[in-house]
Design a protein around this ligand. Structure first.
Ligand code: HOZ
Length: 419
């Protein structure tokens, strides 16, 4: 069946024909292609067309699709059963590996998605501090839990007022612009005793890639320490991508709690939250804060995650960063040579090129970008086999298996785009 037929059928079965809104490709005035398979840096759609993949399942496939050691670990795990709902070796091994790479995660809990991880971390922060308020940044996306669907990034930005989220819940969410430390300070000065935590994407990846200004993360750390609130780094995107120890290693700031997602499952549905032992011991059965799940610590996902983290430690992060910068700057130059006003944000193996007259440092600037220009760019790149995120407010990701030839083909495709 071709993508068009599948999409028509899907629309009768699922809202918008998709299981996650962005995939409907409405932000790029288009329709989705249905994927048949993936290997290395490539995707193939159901009609056999091959794409160079810069979405990488929204980040986690840093080793590329179907990495042989991950695949082997998964086959071995599947042969031993797919779910026990009981403790298993894999969850201990993965937790140990995560702790080695992210030492601030002295204890942790495995869950099944990033949404579950942030939701649980928030409950823990509230239970630990006995306070209700959370400071969150406009355009940061922490999954679809009620408390975080206030001025969220990614596709949630398009849902005005977010129907279904009670006002009673979001009144506990205090909003600040990303990089606006003064606003956060004001919140602490006026209601510091009510704030349980500040949650932040240490490099934001859901309003495009937006980097923290010098001093921003340290300022958050200092305010949280001063007022007895917890600092939560949502590293679902940055974890193991910005460096082997994530954004906290790269920026040298230690949060109280960290949330991780898909990458620690090698693409399987996994999340994890963890941090200081003293805080984590407030979770049941040690403490009174509750969270549970049959699929938490799932043996197949744990095996995939462990193989992924072991594989990543063999990789040259500096080399990939330099090559990614070359690609991103090359694309930026090509677009400028076509008269387009664009700005690039890049770090490690992630980047966003904004169709914007000004550099992008927060959601207001990100939302003001020219969405139609991005749509035109996206459509023409797709037609040439370059798979980019179907919205201008997402990141492009590279993997350790993208080749120089892939990058050259991508630049060549961009040079043929017409506006
Ligand atoms: N939340 C993802 C974008 N940052 C999109 C998830 C998906 O559609 O798979």
């Amino acid at each position: 069946m071709d993508s068009k037929t599948l999409y028509a059928k899907a629309q009768t079965l699922m809202p918008g024909g998709v299981n996650s809104p962005l995939r409907a490709c409405r932000y790029v005035n288009s329709e989705p292609v249905f994927i048949d398979r993936a290997e290395g840096a490539y995707l193939w759609d159901v009609e056999g067309r091959k794409y160079i993949d810069y979405v990488l399942s929204w980040g986690p496939m840093l080793l590329g699709h179907c990495d042989p050691s991950v695949a082997e670990a998964v086959y071995m795990a599947v042969n031993k059963g797919t779910s026990y709902g009981a403790p298993c070796y894999g969850e201990v091994a993965l937790a140990e590996e995560i702790q080695k790479l992210i030492p601030s995660m002295e204890m942790m809990r495995m869950v099944s998605s990033g949404t579950e991880a942030t939701m649980s971390a928030l409950r823990l922060a509230r239970g630990y501090t006995g306070r209700d308020k959370v400071v969150k940044f406009i355009g940061n996306y922490h999954g679809h839990n009620d408390a975080f669907l206030a001025a969220a990034g990614s596709a949630a930005a398009a849902v005005p007022g977010t129907p279904g989220v009670p006002e009673d819940i979001v009144r506990h969410t205090l909003l600040a612009h990303y990089n606006d430390l003064d606003k956060v300070r004001e919140y602490f000065e006026t209601r510091g005793g009510e704030i349980a935590c500040v949650i932040v994407e240490p490099a934001a990846g859901n309003m495009g890639l937006v980097l923290p200004r010098d001093g921003f993360l340290q300022g958050l750390r200092d305010l949280c320490t001063e007022y007895g609130a917890l600092l939560i780094f949502d590293e679902v995107i940055t974890g193991f991508r910005l460096s082997p120890g994530g954004a906290q290693q790269r920026y040298g700031i230690t949060p109280d709690l960290t949330t991780l997602g898909k990458i620690i499952g090698g693409g399987f549905p996994v999340g994890c939250y963890g941090g200081k032992r003293e805080i984590m011991e407030h979770m049941a059965p040690c403490g009174g804060v509750f969270q549970a799940g049959t699929l938490s610590g799932n043996p197949v996902a744990m095996a995939a995650g462990l193989a992924t983290l072991k594989g990543l430690q063999q990789c040259d992060y500096d080399a990939l960063e330099a090559r990614t910068r070359g690609l991103a700057e090359g694309l930026t130059e090509i677009l400028r040579s076509k008269g387009q006003s664009v700005h690039l944000n890049q770090i490690a193996s992630a980047f966003t090129i904004y169709f914007s007259d000004v550099p992008v440092t927060n959601m207001t600037e990100s939302s003001a970008c020219d969405a139609d220009k991005y749509a035109a760019f996206w459509q023409q790149m797709m037609a040439q086999g370059i798979y980019l995120a179907p919205a201008g407010f997402e990141c492009a990701f590279t993997s350790f298996v993208h080749t120089d030839e892939d990058f050259e083909k991508t630049l060549e495709a961009a040079s043929k785009v017409q506006f």
